[in-house]
Design a protein around this ligand. Structure first.
Ligand SMILES: Nc1ncnc2c1ncn2[C@@H]1O[C@H](COP(=O)(O)OP(=O)(O)OP(=O)(O)O)[C@@H](O)[C@H]1O
Ligand SMILES: [Mg+2]
Length: 504
């Protein structure tokens, strides 16, 4: 008898608790719908949730801004931030703002301590979840290892979002809601995305591991107007490059299938002013990628270089301009073997720093460090990256650096041909034909002039300038170059004759 009554009592208390839970959830969700966003309202929300958790426990998912310590930005964090921007603008009282693609707009997110509710089910009703923004202070001893890699950000708090939901909505939240948040967040990011041009700067800060100086990325909004439509070059070559880029951009499955990291190397070589930098800008605009422009002489070690690489995001072009001037990479491998006994390379990643490095002798990046950067194990992190080197002297580079697989596509940017001239005339002067064209064609076949020089001659300098004056100016300039070339050859011949006479 006693046993029966205690079972009944147990049942009763179970029913009562369930009733309280249901009632509480209904009240709580209605409070949310009313969006009591006053201070009192928000405190009440928190207490109410704590009470409700007694009978129907809340679960949480935390999404940190960085994963792997400070090494890599967590894309999920950015996606959540983007996804929540609309609800934040509507419901949150204290916001942070960042610039957006549209110059008049701002992307809004919550400051720490703010909270926003969201409907987890597709139909918008029934299931509510709550996002809370917070951050933790950095660990006190944060000098070494990967944590030391943040370029000043070590001192900043580490941000995270925490999602709260009821235990019984676990499946819905984890399998349906969170994937939807990421998907929609990515779509918002594409809309708001401002393309960026990054460069590495040296930061001075204490690290108990290896000294004071480190490299970090710093960026501006990338707004270069150059596109393939305004880049003068052989049309067939241009199409080939554009097709190659399209294949790369859409090649995720292909690269996975053949087991290659999703990256591609381009080597742009040619004399100054032939459009190598312009080509990089056109590539970035065509692919809608960010640019990371690495100044190698400001990178202090191979480890630093690897760190910079890891901090790049996917959908980006990593550029090293004038690679032959950045470091002495000419035949460094050969010399490295000769200097194998030299224990000065503490980095352990390859050859010794070259004594004749230009610009900044504090850089300890070696050829082997650079080779690892391009196709070592770390280079596969993240995927969808183009690596572009430019040089005026391709013959000076170590063959290992530019072999296929590292620099997959070699593009020679050459002096202006007649086709390129016609393209520039159309772009700059809006003319398809002119009686001076044949003269220009003949002269261009005799003398070398860069597209940069041709473009400069075709640029009107005053209101009186027009196609006639600009083209006449170009012809004059080409004739002068032809004359100089002839004089130069004569001078050279005279020098040679003098040398021969001297030798005798
Ligand atoms: N093929 C081209 N089509 C259109 N404009 C060009 C072309 N080549 C050069 N220019 C123009 O000439 C200027 C210089 O070009 P750019 O800086 O790209 O040359 P570069 O090859 O990078 O030279 P360097 O080797 O000195 O870095 C730019 O303003 C660019 O727009
Ligand atoms: Mg350049």
């Amino acid at each position: 008898m006693e046993a029966t009554s205690s079972v009944l009592n147990g049942l009763n208390s179970g029913v009562v608790l369930s009733l309280i839970a249901v009632l509480w959830t209904v009240v709580w969700q209605n409070l949310q719908r009313l969006q009591l966003q006053t201070l009192v309202g928000r405190h009440m929300n928190r207490h109410a949730r704590r009470l409700a958790a007694l009978v129907d426990p809340y679960l949480s998912v935390t999404i940190h801004e960085y994963e792997g310590g400070r090494m890599k930005r967590n894309e999920a964090f950015e996606e959540v931030k983007a996804y929540l921007s609309a609800s934040c603008a509507r419901d949150v009282r204290h916001l942070r703002a960042e610039g957006a693609k549209d110059a008049d707009k701002l992307v809004l997110s919550m400051v720490d301590g703010e909270e926003v509710a969201d409907a987890a089910s597709d139909d918008g009703g029934g299931v509510t979840v709550w996002w809370w923004a917070a951050s933790t202070p950095p660990p006190r001893n944060d000098g070494g290892g990967y944590y030391g890699w943040g370029g000043g950000r070590e001192q900043e708090n580490r941000r995270y979002y925490r999602l709260f939901f009821l235990d019984r909505h676990r499946d819905l939240v984890i399998n349906t809601y969170l994937p939807r948040v990421r998907r929609q967040g990515r779509a918002v990011m594409v809309q708001n995305r401002q393309r960026k041009l990054f460069t590495n700067i040296s930061t001075h800060q204490w690290s108990d591991v290896d000294g004071l100086v480190r490299s970090a990325w710093s960026h501006v909004v990338f707004e270069h107007p150059k596109t393939f439509d305004t880049l003068a070059m052989d049309p067939a070559k241009k199409k080939e490059i554009m097709d190659d880029l399209t294949m790369f951009k859409n090649g995720k499955e292909y690269y996975a299938r053949v087991g290659k990291a999703w990256k591609r190397g381009y080597l742009l070589h040619g004399p100054p002013g032939t459009g190598k930098s312009a080509m990089i800008a056109a590539m970035a605009n065509y692919l809608d990628y960010d640019i990371y422009d690495i100044e190698l002489t400001s990178v202090h070690s191979n480890t630093d270089l690897r760190k910079l690489f890891i901090e790049t995001t996917s959908k980006s072009i990593i550029v090293i301009e004038d690679i032959d001037c950045s470091l002495d990479l000419t035949g460094a491998r050969k010399k490295k073997k000769e200097a194998a006994d030299d224990d000065s390379n503490k980095d352990g990643a390859g050859g010794p720093p070259k004594p004749d490095m230009k610009k900044d002798t504090s850089s300890k990046v070696t050829l082997s460090g650079l080779l690892n950067f391009i196709d070592g194990l770390w280079s596969a992190c993240g995927g969808e990256r183009l690596i572009v080197f430019t040089t005026n002297h391709v013959e000076k580079l170590d063959p290992a650096l530019i072999r296929r697989g590292r620099m997959d596509k070699h593009i020679e940017m050459s002096y202006c041909c007649f086709e390129a001239f016609k393209f520039l005339a159309k772009t700059y002067l809006e003319v398809d034909s002119h009686h001076l064209f044949p003269a220009v064609e003949e002269l261009l076949s005799e003398v070398d002039m860069t597209p940069a020089d041709v473009a400069e001659n075709l640029t009107p300098k005053s209101l009186d300038d027009n196609a006639d004056t600009c083209l006449a100016g170009l012809v004059k300039e080409l004739e002068k170059a032809k004359e100089d070339k002839a004089n130069g050859r004569n001078d050279q011949d005279e020098d040679d004759d003098a040398q021969v006479a001297e030798d005798k």
